[in-house]
Structure formats: C-alpha cells, structure tokens
Design a binder for this molecule. Structure first.
Ligand code: MG
Length: 374
C-alpha cells in the first residue's frame, strides 16, 4: 500500500473562460499550468492527473518527462472527476490522498507540508485564507447589505484526506452536489482542518492570469567598454565631469561607464549593441552627452514593457579617483533610468598598475543590468 498519492483534477473544458485551450494547458513559465501543478506535488508523492479524454495528446505533451502515474479520465463535472480518480486506486488504496486543482499552478511546498501535518489529527485538511475584503450581498447591481466576514475563510487546494474515508463519502454523495471535496467530506461527517493557505495559490482563469502568476521573465545583460586617454583637462564618467590631467577620446563624450551600462540594458533586451543604434559614423553623435544613449536604451526597455530592476557599473582605472564622485554618478544614472538610487550601483577598481588601464592609457568599464520582461 502506498502512503499517499495526489490527484490533480484537470478534466475541465474551460467553458467559463471560453478560450479554445482549456486553462490547465495554458503556458506557465517554461511549462504549462498543469505541468507546474504536477511538478509542485511530485517531490512529495506519486501524482495522477484526471483529464478529459479529448485532451490526451495535450496532456502527454504538457507532462512529458514528469514521471506521473497513468492519467484517469474524468466525468461530466468536478465531483464526478474526483470520484473517477479515487475509484482508479480503490483496488490498491493509499492511506492518504491529496486532491488539487490543476488551475492552481503556483503551489508552495510549505502549504503541502502544513496540510500533511494537519492530516495527522483530522480526517481531512485544506489550505485557506481569511477573507480580508468587505463582503456585500448584491441584488440587481445594488448593495442590499454587508455580510460579516468574521470567521469566513476562502478555501484553496490541495485538500488532503484519508483515502478510504473520502472514497466512501464520494460513493454516498448526491451527484454534482458539492463545489469541492471539503464540502462533500463535511456532509459525510468528516472533520476537516483548515491551515494557512497562500495568496500564490490563486486560480488561473485565463491567459492573463497565467502570465501574471508565472512571474516576470528576468534577464540580465552585460556590457563592456574601453576608451583611450589622451591629453586634456577632464573626463566624464557615468554622467559626471571630473577634472583630470587627461581626457577620454571618442566620437561622443566617451563616457565608458554610461556606454557599458547602455550595452548591458540592450543586452538584456537582446537588441544588439550601442554601436548599432548610435553608429560612430553618424555626425549626430559627435561629442554627444552619453546620457542620450542610456535614455534611449531605457525607452526601448519601456517600449517592450520591461522594468529595469537593478544595474551595476564597475569602472577600471588608476586615476581619477572615483569615490568622491560615486554618489553623484549613482544619482545621475538613477535620474536617467527613472530608478531609485538604491537600485543603481557604481563601483571602481584599479588594475594594480597592470595593462592599459594600469598604465593610464585608457579607462575600462563593465556593467550589468537586470530587467523584468512581461
Ligand atoms: Mg564607448
């Protein structure tokens, strides 16, 4: 006898949402909504999915490589589908069963541990969240009263039960009478514990939810730049002019820090490099303040719906000294990128008098930028 199994109820046709693809097969990160739900439970126990017979091919591609138990075909409604899933294991029953909605893909391991612990002392256990919003009774679009939310919880899945007790409750239950297994089990007299759920367990109801709940696409770009030092009276680094006995040579103001950071942002967007967008052959950029380039990269990120989360620039030179200007540099980069200063880092190092930076022949800069794409 197995200790426990999980049944993922995935037989719905998504009629409420109405799209051509049932919601459990929508993309979710680098998998599907169903694939994510199965992966969350698989470390804890064997998993079987209850699916619609028409979805067999979709199911196979959504769960390829996941090492699941054979799928079970569902019934006309959720209650019938769970019953089919339970009956499939009735001949060799596990001690416990978890029933989980496929449409709740973001399942924290801590929730699974809490319901399994609560099951030690109860017939069943489910995660829930205390209702935080004001509850109204509404008729014809008009509030006809406020309902006290004291003691009211929203119940989520997975829901865990003693297998034999839940199977018996299903066999005795009127068809299509219960919205979930805790309701059905309670009607059969079983005692259900409610443990702290998680807001991440929200149900996916359509493609927008799936995209939102699967989280942003986080990308890091890298940039590197060098400019030669020539006779002069100042250098501009990260937008700050610093008096010096040399100047940086280049087509624009030769601000290596700003150039490296611009390339890092373009890198995170996979949108080529600074030379491609601002060709040195173009007279428009002669002597240009490099803040223009950085601002343009920021606009390109915004146009893609991307958010710059953080950037980090390292300047490599023996002179001038960077530390007295670091705060001004961070403030200037943050201003151009419309970021809080604590998301902008500027660091400096020497190269121990080695190489072209050590000999004072040029200044180098490296940068990374971390972006969240939708
Ligand atoms: Mg450059």
């Amino acid at each position: 006898m197995r200790d426990r199994i999980a049944l993922i109820v995935a037989a719905g046709r998504g009629t409420r949402f109405g799209g051509p693809l049932p919601k459990q097969y929508l993309p979710f990160g680098d998998t599907t909504v169903l694939g994510a739900a199965a992966m969350a439970l698989r470390p804890f126990m064997p998993v079987a999915c209850v699916i619609h017979p028409d979805d067999l091919e979709r199911y196979r591609s959504a769960t390829a490589g996941l090492d699941l138990l054979p799928p079970v075909f569902g019934g006309p409604d959720r209650q019938a589908s769970v019953r089919n899933g339970l009956e499939a294991f009735a001949d060799n029953p596990p001690e416990h069963v978890l029933v989980h909605d496929a449409a709740r893909p973001d399942l924290p391991a801590a929730v699974v541990r809490r319901i399994l612990a609560a099951l030690e002392a109860h017939d069943g256990a489910a995660p829930g969240l205390a209702v935080a919003d004001t509850l109204k009774r509404v008729e014809d679009g008009r509030s006809v009263g406020t309902v006290s939310r004291d003691g009211l919880w929203r119940i989520q899945t997975p829901q865990a039960f003693r297998f034999a007790a839940l199977l018996e409750a299903h066999r005795q239950a009127a068809p299509a009478a219960f919205s979930d297994d805790t309701a059905l089990a309670e009607a059969a007299g079983l005692r259900i514990a409610v443990v702290q759920g998680d807001a991440r367990l929200e149900k996916v109801t359509g493609p927008d939810d799936a995209a939102r709940l699967s989280g942003p696409d986080i990308r890091t770009g890298h940039g590197f730049d060098v400019h030669r030092l020539v006779p002069g009276d100042s250098v501009t680094l990260c937008g700050v002019r610093i008096p010096h006995d040399k100047a940086l040579s280049g087509h624009s103001d030769a601000d290596v820090g700003m150039h490296a950071l611009t390339d890092a942002i373009l890198g995170a967007l996979a949108e080529g490099d600074i030379g491609q967008h601002f060709p040195p052959s173009d007279p428009e950029w002669r002597g240009a303040a490099s803040g223009i380039f950085l601002a343009r990269a920021q606009e390109m990120a915004a146009a893609r719906g991307a958010r710059i989360l953080h950037c980090d620039v390292t300047l490599v030179c023996e002179a001038p000294k960077i530390s007295p200007h670091r705060a001004a540099m961070r403030a200037e980069l943050a201003r151009i990128l419309a970021l809080p200063v604590d998301r902008v880092s500027v660091k400096a190092t020497t190269s121990e008098k080695l190489g072209f930076t050590g000999r004072g022949e040029g200044i180098a800069a490296q940068a990374t930028a971390t972006l969240a794409l939708p």
